[in-house]
Design a protein around this ligand. Structure first.
Ligand SMILES: C[S@@+](CC[C@H](N)C(=O)[O-])C[C@H]1O[C@@H](n2cnc3c(N)ncnc32)[C@H](O)[C@@H]1O
Ligand code: SF4
Length: 347
């Protein structure tokens, strides 16, 4: 097969030395928001009338490929495509196909994505064929009316069909659910039983104060310590040592055999083991999800055909990776801790 992008003929070294930040953390995981657009408008993620980035500012698929490949050359071993909704980006499978060369060469251990599942009936087979083994699907409820209320524009049946298609294609699916006060809190036990019954792990997420949405964060925020206590009345939760370098802590549910993850940025500081950085679809690198400091990688990408300036800009940025974040849901000001939405940085 011919390479989809001219530069993508270039192979990268199979085992590059990892990027090391000032706190001796190896940066081996890159999350890439390939678009800030989405076919849903989840109430905790976006406002109903979101202003999206002008197309000219957004990197082309070819530029995204070059940028990701620069990180792979610098020792990144895991790439996650996210957004916005990654599968609504036109031509997205060209990028997935192209990046899959790094799996074949052994330079990358994993290529994966986080999706709302709405397009999976269309793409599950192709994803699997490109070497994607596992995906995360975000789903906060099993009730069609609640699903519509949370996502504003989404249809539960389409996402369910997408999950069916993904499993039929042989993709391992993990479900991510945001715990929302008064919305899905009574349902989370049933979601554990449902997900584990289908062989899918489930991770619960606390609402993070990212970007202005129409609702007040304090009204949405449900501490997972409370959720966990309630789940422990129904299930036996055995603490396990499973770690991904990320913010989740895992328990094994004795009755189902499945894994249950808890992402608690608000109640638990998970930064010491952080191995990741994020890039937006405009080529801005965020060294921490919860801080404003960022580095522009689009200029070095666009102004030079050589990857050298890009590599140098990545090195300078990683040298500034902060120790951690300090999210607070501010009860008095109702202002987000970080101005940008999750759909910009990629969840
Ligand atoms: C921004 S979405 C992007 C990928 C895809 N559209 C999806 O929904 O899976 C990634 C994840 O971030 C979560 N998310 C979005 N805004 C959030 C917030 N303010 N706090 C916590 N999680 C959030 C979503 O629930 C989703 O699981
Ligand atoms: S959480 Fe995902 S699906 Fe929902 S609005 Fe944000 S980007 Fe879209």
């Amino acid at each position: 097969m011919t390479a989809p992008f001219p530069h993508s003929e270039i192979a990268v070294a199979a085992k590059a030395a990892p990027l090391i930040d000032p706190f001796q953390r190896a940066i081996t995981y890159l999350r890439v928001s390939v678009t800030d657009r989405c076919d849903f408008r989840c109430v905790y993620c976006m406002s109903e009338h979101m202003a999206f980035l002008p197309k000219a500012e957004v990197l082309s698929l070819e530029e995204l490929d070059r940028l990701c490949s620069a990180f792979v050359a610098k020792g990144v071993r895991k790439l996650r495509l996210t957004g916005g909704e990654p599968l609504v980006r036109r031509g997205i499978m060209t990028l997935v196909q192209s990046l899959s060369r790094h799996l074949k060469s052994g330079a990358l251990d994993e290529l994966t994505l986080t999706t709302n599942g709405s397009q999976l009936t269309k793409y599950a087979g192709e994803l699997k064929a490109c070497g994607v083994e596992r995906i995360n699907v975000s789903l906060d409820t099993l009730d069609a009316d609640k699903f519509r209320a949370i996502t504003r524009w989404g249809e539960l049946s389409k996402v369910m069909a997408g999950i069916d298609a993904a499993q039929a294609a042989g993709l391992k699916v993990k479900i991510n659910a945001v715990a929302l006060k008064g919305v899905n809190e009574d349902e989370l036990g049933d979601m554990v039983a449902w997900a584990h019954g289908r062989g899918m792990d489930l991770t619960l997420i606390e609402v993070m104060p990212l970007g202005e949405v129409d609702a007040a964060r304090v009204d949405q925020y449900l501490p997972l310590s409370m959720v966990r206590a309630r789940l422990a009345e129904r299930f036996t939760l055995d603490e396990i040592d499973y770690r991904t370098g990320g913010p989740a802590r895992y328990a094994r549910v004795k009755e189902t055999g499945g894994k249950l993850g808890f992402i608690t940025p608000m109640t638990h500081n998970f930064c010491e083991s952080c191995n990741r950085v994020r890039i937006t679809c405009t080529g801005t690198l965020f060294m921490c999800l919860g801080q404003e400091d960022a580095a522009d990688l689009r200029s070095p990408l666009r102004t030079s055909e050589s990857d050298e300036p890009l590599h140098a800009a990545i090195d300078r940025a990683i040298a500034r990776k902060p120790k951690g974040h300090d999210f607070v849901i501010d009860r008095r000001n109702h202002r987000p801790a970080v101005g940008r939405h999750m759909s910009v940085t990629g969840g």
